[in-house]
Structure formats: structure tokens, C-alpha cells
Design a protein around this ligand. Structure first.
Ligand code: PLP
Ligand code: LYS
Length: 418
């Protein structure tokens, strides 16, 4: 059974009516399905069960403590890009020893904290970062485990803002530079070379860019081995796409199958960093229509979720499915622009959507479990949405709706007389 499904004329999240959840927690509200999260993680774990592997869920996709907790209990490791994400992993019960640290701008303080927690690996993105890490590890009397993130220069054929593996992107180092970085790393006293890393972009809907990147990586693995630098793992990053509209991304099983075919009999542990493919379709955003406004050429449905709550449509012109929570039969279907209350023309969730709706109706935005709440902001002094997890017939509040008091708590007027 789908975790979000229509039954008796209304939307259910697992065993609960979405309308009742919206009533209880208010809108806008993010809703995550525990079973959906577990199922998507299991697809990775099952496909890799008979070979050395570590699935490091990319925390950036959805860093809710409740979500991390669910995935940690199910056996996930984590891919982090800041020390804040590591603190979340730890607070959620995740294991630092199963955590890899990516990102182009790690600070010395972040490195020190990650070393103290004993993370599994640093994915280095530059030669300069290697020197800083060696120094920090030396000061702490530790060995820092590292991989070098290679930018294989393959076209991920995705939105330009989320492509990361082209030579013009800021991520990783070229294959030639990687060789130099590994040679240097092998000589440094506080560095322990562990693996090779790459991540070529997000929302990939074809296998060929992954396979091309992997071939280039394996050639480098062989070259390093010939120089006496043996690697323990290969980290292929994340990036597998999901279906938002009519995309046809490969299944997790086919994706892993293609990787396994290239790996052949190599013993290397395979590390993956999936984010979107674990979380996107495990979440929806519930929002209520506050007003409708019809002009001679446009129908606007003004909803209570804005671009500050869900920025993907505004930022990438991303198409996300919008459906009524309780579909009506008493109004005709028309093309609606579903727009938020924020003072920006880009503040829309969807345009020209064929819907039958009226003020007061609830809408659900699908595929909102990844890069949804995590990219939200307080723009227009709006409080961030509540997050809840549905678990069978139970519902847990994962994050309270943010109030203006929460926002004001960190701020100060100038002192009197200033
Ligand atoms: C280094 C790294 N790993 C993993 C991911 C997760 O990617 P996705 O959510 O597309 O699986 C990202 C984001 O694109 C990333 O930058
Ligand atoms: N935030 C992007 C994905 C970026 C991936 C980050 N490495 C999205 O919503 O599609």
C-alpha cells in the first residue's frame, strides 16, 4: 500500500486521515511517513546486503531529528556537510563512526569536533583542506581518516543548480589533482587514506552519468593501487532522482545493479550518500487555501504555505504535485495558480494546476519530504511550519510550529542610549 493514498474520498497518511492531522497540528505542516522512510532505506540495504557497504543518508535532504532517528535505528549511516548536522545525527542516536563529512568549506573548528566524535571519514574537496586537517588532527594527537572527492567531469543532465560533477563546478578536485593530493596525504603523519569519493549531482534520472563517473573512479583506484596507495572504500555520493511528475528514474535496485556490475569482484566497501531518494516521497506538505482570487486571465488560490516554507518551485522552477486533501465534486475544475502569502512574485507552489477548490480547502504538496523544511526560512518574519511523523495509526509531533517569540529570542535592540 502506498503510504500516502486516497481512501473513501480523502487523503490518508498511513492509517490516518490527513485532514484530521491538519486539524490537530494546523497548517502549513510537513508530514512524514515512518514506513515510507524505512522502505526507501531498505531498498538500498537489501540491494547491498551481500557485499560490504555503508548507506550514509544525506542529512541535508531532511534533518529532522525524528527522521534521523528512524533511519539510524534502521541501520543508516550519515553524510553531513556541517558540524550542526553532526550534532543532529548524535542527538538523534546516529553513530559518528558511520558518518562521512562532505563539503567544500569545512572549518578547522568543525574538523576538530568531528575528529573528537570519531567520524568515519572526511571527504576532502581540496589540497588546502588536506593541510588544515593534518594540522588539526596533529594538535589533537589523532589520525584523520580521509577520502578525496573527485570531480569526474561528467554531465549529470540535471538542473544546472544541482549539478556538481562538471569541471566548472566548485566541488571536488580533478583526477590529476586527486593523484597529487593522495600522494601528499600518504606522506602526512596525521592522515589515514581510506577511500575515494565523488558526487556528481542531484535528481539524476539516468544511469549513464553514474556509470561514466564510476569507470573514471575505478581507473584512479587502480592507478593508486599501483603506487601502493590501497583504498578501503569507494563513496559514490547520492543523486538518484525521484518521480515528481513524469520522470522515470531508475529503481534503487537497477541503480545498485549497474554499480555492482562495474565493481565486479573488487572487495572495496561501497559507500552511498542518498538523500532525495530516501526522503522526498516520504513526505508531504499540508497547506490550506485562505482565499481565492479570480482575475480575467488568472485564478489564484492563496494558500498559507509560501516560498519560505517550500522554495523548490521558486528556486528551480521545480514541479511538485498538488492535490486536494478531500477532493470536491461540487465545484468545477479550473486551472489555478497556487501561490503563497510572501511578497515576491516567485512565491508560488504550482502554476496552472487543474483543481476543483474553494477557500478553506486543504491541499497536499507531494514529494516534499526532501529539500522541503530544511530549506525553509523566516522570510517575511514567518514562523517555520510544524513537522509531524505518522507511524501507522499514531502521529508524533517532530517539531513545533515556530512562533514569533522563538524568532525574537535571538535578537536584541540596541542598548538604551546607544
Ligand atoms: C556530497 C553530497 N552527497 C549527497 C548528496 C545527496 O544528494 P541526493 O539528495 O540527490 O541523493 C548531496 C546533494 O546533492 C551532496 O552534495
Ligand atoms: N536542494 C536541491 C538539491 C540540492 C542538492 C544538494 N547537494 C533540490 O531541492 O532539488
Amino acid at each position: 500500500m502506498e503510504h500516502f493514498h486516497y481512501q473513501q474520498g480523502e487523503l490518508f497518511a498511513e492509517g490516518l486521515a490527513a485532514a484530521a492531522i491538519a486539524e490537530r497540528f494546523g497548517t502549513p505542516c510537513y508530514l512524514y511517513s515512518r514506513a515510507a522512510l524505512e522502505r526507501s532505506l531498505d531498498e538500498y540495504l537489501d540491494a547491498l546486503a551481500d557485499r560490504p557497504h555503508l548507506v550514509c543518508y544525506a542529512v541535508k535532504a531532511n534533518s529532522s531529528l525524528a527522521v534521523l532517528d528512524i533511519l539510524a535505528r534502521r541501520g543508516a549511516g550519515f553524510d553531513i556537510v556541517s558540524i550542526g548536522e553532526l550534532e543532529r545525527v548524535i542527538a538523534a542516536g546516529g553513530d559518528p563512526a558511520k558518518t562521512v563529512f562532505s563539503g567544500v568549506g569545512k572549518t578547522a573548528a568543525e574538523m576538530a569536533r568531528a575528529l573528537e566524535h570519531g567520524i568515519r571519514c572526511f571527504n576532502l574537496e581540496s589540497a588546502a583542506e588536506l593541510e588544515v586537517l593534518n594540522r588539526v588532527a596533529g594538535e589533537l594527537g589523532r589520525q584523520a581518516p580521509v577520502s578525496v572527492r573527485v570531480n569526474p567531469d561528467v554531465d549529470a543532465r540535471t538542473h544546472p543548480y544541482i549539478s556538481t560533477g562538471l569541471k566548472e563546478n566548485k566541488f571536488g578536485v580533478t583526477v590529476d589533482e586527486a593523484l597529487r593530493v593522495y600522494r601528499r596525504a600518504a606522506q602526512l603523519p596525521h592522515i589515514s587514506v581510506q577511500g575515494l569519493d565523488c558526487h556528481i549531482g542531484s535528481q539524476l534520472t539516468e544511469l549513464s552519468p553514474f556509470v561514466d563517473a564510476l569507470r573514471r573512479l575505478l581507473a584512479l583506484v587502480d592507478q593508486l593501487a599501483a603506487e601502493g596507495i590501497a583504498l578501503r572504500h569507494l563513496d559514490l555520493g547520492g543523486g538518484l532522482g525521484v518521480r515528481y511528475r513524469d520522470e522515470q528514474p531508475p529503481s534503487v535496485a537497477d541503480y545498485i545493479g549497474a554499480i555492482r556490475e562495474q565493481l565486479g569482484s573488487r572487495e572495496l566497501e561501497l559507500v552511498l550518500e542518498p538523500g532525495r531518494s530516501i526522503a522526498a516521497n516520504a513526505g508531504i506538505l499540508l497547506t490550506r487555501v485562505e482565499y481565492t482570487k479570480q482575475t480575467p486571465d488568472h485564478n489564484f488560490a492563496l494558500v498559507d504555505a509560501g516560498m519560505n516554507d517550500l522554495i523548490r518551485p521558486a528556486l528551480y522552477q521545480a514541479w511538485m504535485d498538488i492535490r486536494p486533501v478531500v477532493p470536491r465534486t461540487d465545484t468545477e475544475t479550473q486551472a489555478w495558480d497556487v501561490v503563497g502569502p510572501v511578497c515576491e512574485t516567485a512565491d508560488f507552489l504550482g502554476k496552472q494546476r487543474e483543481l476543483a477548490l474553494a477557500a478553506g480547502d486543504l491541499l497536499a504538496v507531494f514529494g516534499a519530504g526532501a529539500y522541503g523544511f530544511v530549506m525553509s526560512s523566516n522570510y517575511n518574519s514567518r514562523g517555520r511550519a510544524a513537522e509531524v511523523v505518522v507511524d501507522g495509526e499514531q502521529v508524533h509531533l517532530a517539531r513545533e510550529r515556530e512562533t514569533i517569540e522563538d524568532q525574537l529570542r535571538l535578537e536584541h535592540r540596541l542598548p538604551a542610549g546607544a
